[in-house]
Design a protein around this ligand. Structure first.
Ligand SMILES: NC(=O)c1ccc[n+]([C@@H]2O[C@H](COP(=O)([O-])OP(=O)(O)OC[C@H]3O[C@@H](n4cnc5c(N)ncnc54)[C@H](OP(=O)(O)O)[C@@H]3O)[C@@H](O)[C@H]2O)c1
Length: 332
């Protein structure tokens, strides 16, 4: 089969399309003929050799390494001990993350644990379903699945979820991105008042997805524009996360998806819980998300589509930033 893989770490140019053996599904796995694959930040972190992250987080690396965790396709064969799925079923999922970064999604076939997949709704395209996986599960596990305290590898404390309802005031930073555009729709579905923060070109797009308020961070500092929030979901992270602390009311929370930095003084000054979780593969949650995709409660926006052969160009596009929704590879 063909797969987009790397034989060493580096920039987008290290991605090659190679002929590799078709995987064999093990116990509890199905072989999926991949129609579309989603592109996510961990794909390029892995391509780069995860600079700045502890080496042990990568696990053992086998080259050639097929990038990609998110797929949508058709079940082609069943491994032993598989219940609930049959050959011909249309399925999608985020595979094996974070257990391994070598799930092998950018390929014509992938072996998928049935615990990590769900049925694709007929009215949702393979591109949209492939795009949903990691982004939708991240938004779900941060905002909807309040029954867990699973933290991030980058914080010592357990995660502290916050239930949302019609009284909640939520701000999503990075609202036009993969995680952000789903997070804002899920918060709106829960009845929360939603403020989206993104660059100005995304305003019409985000209003179309139901945001109540919009802040263009290129012209307006959110810290000057909003107060009294219950929750900030910051998908951008870094040192700018701290600038959202004054926007949150006492007892509120700031969730960061990527390495937020707070000084001890900032932590002392604000009565705000700062917390993160780590997205985990979960086919049962994807089945719930599939219902919301099917009835139009949430929509997945595809920024741009590349062929498997063009996986390198997809990573070059990602490096330019300002993604609206998701990048997808058409594999079939
Ligand atoms: N904790 C977890 O388990 C987990 C899971 C998934 C992802 N993540 C992390 O979450 C982050 C986001 O992932 P993603 O897939 O959503 O990325 P993405 O699709 O690339 O989206 C990032 C968005 O941020 C916006 N942005 C960039 N700079 C900004 C700024 N200064 N202020 C506000 N918005 C800004 C960009 O658009 P504009 O600048 O044009 O508005 C873009 O839409 C990544 O760092 C990823 O590693 C963590």
């Amino acid at each position: 089969m063909r797969a987009a893989a790397i034989r060493g770490f580096g920039g987008p140019e290290v991605i090659e399309v190679l002929e590799v053996p078709k995987p064999t599904p093990g116990p509890g796995e199905v072989l999926v003929r991949v129609i579309a694959a989603g592109v996510n930040p961990p794909d390029w972190y892995m391509r780069e050799g995860m600079p700045g992250l502890p080496r042990e987080m990568m696990g053992d690396i086998d080259f050639p390494l097929i990038l990609g965790t998110d797929v949508s396709g058709v079940v082609d064969a069943l491994g032993p001990e598989v219940d609930g799925f049959d050959v011909g079923d249309e399925v999608f999922g985020m595979l094996r993350f974070p257990t391994t970064m070598q799930a092998g999604g950018y390929a014509e076939y992938v072996a998928a644990p049935v615990s990590d997949i769900a049925r694709k709704p007929a009215g949702v395209s393979h591109r949209e379903a492939a795009a949903a996986g990691m982004s939708a599960l991240t938004a779900w596990q941060f905002l909807i699945d309040v029954g867990h305290d699973l933290g991030s590898p980058f914080q010592d404390a357990p995660h502290r979820p916050v239930p949302l309802d019609g009284d909640s005031r939520v701000l999503v930073n990075g609202a036009a991105g993969g995680v952000g555009h789903i997070a804002m729709q899920l918060a709106a579905w829960k009845g929360a008042h939603v403020t989206a923060v993104a660059s100005g070109g995304h305003e019409e797009f985000l209003r179309g997805l139901g945001t109540d308020a919009f802040i263009d961070y290129t012209t307006t500092d959110p810290a000057e524009a909003v107060r009294g929030l219950d929750l900030v979901m910051d998908t951008v992270g870094g040192s700018r996360s701290a600038s959202f602390l004054p926007t949150i009311k006492d007892g509120g929370a700031l969730f960061w998806a990527y390495l937020a930095e707070f000084s001890d003084e900032e932590k002392r000054r604000y009565d705000v819980t700062t917390s993160a979780t780590q997205v985990r593969a979960n086919g049962a949650q994807l089945a719930q998300i599939a219902e919301l995709l099917d009835d139009g409660t949430i929509r997945i926006h595809v920024d741009s589509v590349y062929s498997l052969q063009e996986a390198r160009q997809a990573h070059e596009r990602a490096a330019q930033g300002h993604i609206r929704g998701k990048l997808v590879l058409d594999v079939a």
